[in-house]
Design a protein around this ligand. Sequence first.
Ligand code: GTP
Length: 597
Amino acid sequence: TELSRIRNFSIVAHIDHGKSTLADRLIQSTGTVADRDMKEQLLDSMDIERERGITIKANTVRIDYKAKDGHQYVLNLIDTPGHVDFAYEVSRSMRAVEGSLLVVDASQGVEAQTLANVYQALDAGHEIVPVLNKIDLPAAEPDRVKAQIEDVIGLDAQDAVLISAKSGLGIPDVLEAIVTRLPAPKGDRSAALKAMLVDSWYDPYLGVVVMVRVMDGVLRKGDRIRMMQTNAVYPIDKLAVLRPQMVDIEELGPGEIGVFTAQIKQVRDTRVGDTITHERKGATEALPGFKPAQPVVFCGLFPVDAADFEDLRDAIEKLALNDASFSFEMETSAALGFGFRCGFLGLLHLEVIRDRLEREYNIDLITTAPSVVYHLYMKDGEVKDLHNPADMPDLTYVDHLEEPRIKATIMVPDEYLGDILKLCQDRRGIQLDLSYAGSRAMVVYDLPLNEVVFDFYDRLKSVTKGYASFDYTITGYREDNLVKMSILVNDEPVDALSMMVHRDRAEMRGRAMVEKLKDLIPRHMFKIPIQAAIGGKVIARETLSALRKDVTAKCYGGDATRKRKLLDKQKAGKKKMRQFGKVDIPQEAFISALKMD
Ligand code: GTP
């Protein structure tokens, strides 16, 4: 296709503002998919995405559109993941296109993810067309939202397209705006091949499918290609475009977006952002800006039933084949037995994987305290990454620790602002900015990631009744006074509950933990001390009293010595149990104990 007749774009929006509905309408109104084949939310393919209403994998569709100028155009829509955990995937898919539709719910206005995503689009040099959706709703206030887009984002919104993705109103205007207001791609057909690897996934019938955007040169079926990061060479078996189902094609030229298969064994062998060129006469320089996705949140996953360990291993290996950003290694814990230490891009990623293990593979799991990656500076000069608080060396060998910090943007109705400021302050936050967009406040905080990984989302949602929106980026590492807090149940350390905490907050966290555990652990026949400790020093303690069998009940009064003897005997028995007996800690204790109030 001629470059001037191609338009590549993505849709950026806050969750629920109607991105998928608009994509469906664009596909439907251009006859790309016959009406009878149209499913709701065509682009959200995985069940779990559909249920959660979150688009995780980037998808794309090629649409043929005859514009009012009489020419036939090819429109490539790349559906980007909306959530911050997938920020790197978002930024890659953004670099594969030249423009964005900025969809804002006209009854809600700009939200935190609107901002995060639109900044990514601006960074990628996009032309942006604002689209105000849901104007069918009585609560829609298009003029107010236009003003807000101009104030908060600094984008001219006077020519925003007003639509109802639900009813189809305004969809033809969106299509015309794509053609007339977004730029055509650039590229050189005669240059060496440079294609960007935008996404890849596992298809049960075809194996690994790779999505690419050709920048320069031409990619043809049968070509032998080289991935510039991994240096692996593959022959292209199948070349296709997505409509959204695969339709074979002979070649992809500059500006075009398509998919190929090449007998690649696992998704892990493909790196999002990598440059693909020809094995012979290939490009010498890769496209700029490649970086591998790094897991930032780690936690242990253990089967509730030890007999499920092998099933868990199988399931984790299968999931990992399809998700290069998910890492795992075997771990053993005294309390929980065999399991895996897993790394995730963020909390949502963790939740998605855990859900899939539980639902698709039917394995009940215990998730240990999520931890971020600390930089550990040892006294002997060595610098290490610490992924698991259980591996924290003795403090006498440690010079100092650094923790990751984030820049968090929170948008919230005015009346909840006080609660949000308190929450951020409680989590060691430093306020960077506070401004207003209409009746909504926008606060920007510098926060330690470790204070966010536990239950920050939950707290944020509950204190604002769901009205706050939140997004963050990792800004870097900073030194702070962090220590490892261990939890001892019946004098035995429970690895799964140990965590890194700030020194000043250790006692408070410790006290809260032991109090919670006291309620969560059932009483046994013996007394159970529950302690929080830093190094050898106990900072909080609770005692769970024993269930007491009244052994003297049957000694009808009288004989005091006999009573004495019986009680002594019972005490000895208790001691034995305390020494050798095991305390049962219920599964929910592990999750509940980590939540803060
Ligand atoms: P994610 O995929 O979760 O990011 O959400 P999304 O932005 O794709 O939103 P989606 O298209 O799933 O729409 C969210 C909800 O808004 C759905 O219940 C839609 O039916 C509804 N919706 C979308 N467009 C309109 C509209 O124009 N008017 C009204 N009234 N509702 C709409």
